[in-house]
Design a protein around this ligand. Structure first.
Ligand SMILES: *Cc1c(COP(=O)(O)O)cnc(C)c1O
Length: 366
């Protein structure tokens, strides 16, 4: 059994992937080849935005977005303390100060009722994270952000394919950012990411920063970077693309089946009203005194499980200078001690799900 089964996925789409990659090897435009443009148009249309700018990773995407918004020293950017490190590290990387807002119990996403009190005159942006595959209340976040004239960058690394009241993840805020890391819902076979926006000026800046700060060769308007997405990786995603919607549906079904199997035994994930969930991770909560031994026991039975995430940002040495202390974000702290993520991918069988569920039930009965 695999936590995320990439080998089966490759076997499933092998012909298309091999053909697409072979074509790149033959035309030889390894950097910014035609597949990159084709993918950008395809994904822009899918998310319903004007501009898609592919990048070298989800982390680089977030950094490029902040830099295009000219956020840096003296500025504050709000995010959550319970996420993958990228969501906050990029804020420090551009010289700004991360400000954390706690998550809510049900969805593991930012508690929007606590958002306004975290805003100061230095706040320049909010990075709401669509954790585990569903979006936080982005309508509410946009409303607050508009009131204070603050940019919203959705960290949709785990939620590509999810929707909220019909809007696609990455297409519901000023900027949307995603990742094509292999284990994400839309994964390539290396590192990659993308940015989405309707704002043409911002798109121009982000595109320029991605490629050494220039729109054309040997003319540099911004301090840029090398943040391009490989043509070969674009070919992989184009080959997988026709099946993406089907994979998203399968993820939803597998998530719903886990809920049926497990909702009496553990706290299963809740899907907020108006949302669809792509279950980048299927994350349950178990009693914190039982969590680590449940993980060990399941692993010893050959069931790959993971803890995303075992600690919060305010516990990390890299953020200690921010002056937060234990107790400041009780829901994030609680989540970090209770969460356990089960194998989750579109090719998980119901037999495997039965086995996983029996194992959890047996362990927690003892
Ligand atoms: C994976 C992830 C990222 C970073 O994406 P990379 O492509 O690995 O750089 C950022 N935010 C979240 C929430 C993620 O899960």
């Amino acid at each position: 059994m695999e936590f995320i089964d990439l080998k089966t996925q490759y076997q499933q789409y092998k012909d298309e992937i091999d053909t697409r990659m072979q074509k790149v090897l033959e035309h030889g435009q390894y950097i910014m080849g035609p597949e990159v443009n084709e993918l950008e148009s395809t994904l822009a249309e899918y998310t319903g935005v004007e501009h898609c700018i592919t990048t070298s990773s989800g982390t680089h995407s977030l950094e490029i977005a902040l830099r295009a918004l000219e956020i840096g020293r003296g500025d504050e950017v709000i995010t959550v303390p319970f996420s993958w490190i990228s969501s906050a590290e990029v804020i420090m990387l551009v010289g700004a100060t991360p400000v954390f807002v706690d998550i809510e119990y049900e969805t593991f996403n930012i508690d929007t009722s606590k958002l306004e009190e975290a805003i100061t005159e230095r706040t320049k942006a909010i990075i709401p994270v669509s954790l585990f595959g569903q979006m936080p209340d982005l309508e509410k976040i946009n409303e607050v952000a508009n009131k204070y004239n603050i940019a919203v960058i959705e960290d949709g690394a785990q939620s590509f394919g999810a929707t909220q009241n019909g809007k696609k993840s990455c297409g519901a805020t000023l900027v949307g950012s995603t990742s094509f890391f292999p284990a994400k819902p839309l994964g390539c076979y290396g590192d990659g990411g993308a940015l989405f926006t309707d704002d043409t000026d911002l798109a121009d800046s982000m595109r320029a920063i991605r490629t050494h700060g220039g729109q054309r060769r040997h003319y540099h308007t911004h301090v840029g970077t090398n943040g391009r997405f490989d043509t070969l990786q674009a070919a992989v995603l184009l080959a997988k693309w026709p099946d993406f919607s089907n994979e998203v549906q399968l993820r939803g079904k597998i998530g719903a089946h886990y809920n049926e199997l497990l909702s009496e035994t553990v706290v299963t994930p809740k899907i907020a009203k108006g949302n669809t969930h792509v279950f980048a991770q299927y994350t349950i909560r178990v009693d914190k005194r039982m969590r680590d031994q449940t993980v060990e026991k399941m692993k010893s039975e050959g069931i790959p499980v993971g803890v995303y995430y075992p600690s919060c940002f305010h516990e990390q040495p890299v953020f200690s200078h921010l002056g937060y202390k234990w107790g400041d974000f009780p829901e994030s702290e609680k989540a970090s001690r209770e969460v356990l993520s089960l194998p989750m991918h579109p090719f998980l069988t119901s037999d495997e799900q039965d086995l996983i569920s029996s194992s959890i039930k047996e362990i927690l009965k003892e």
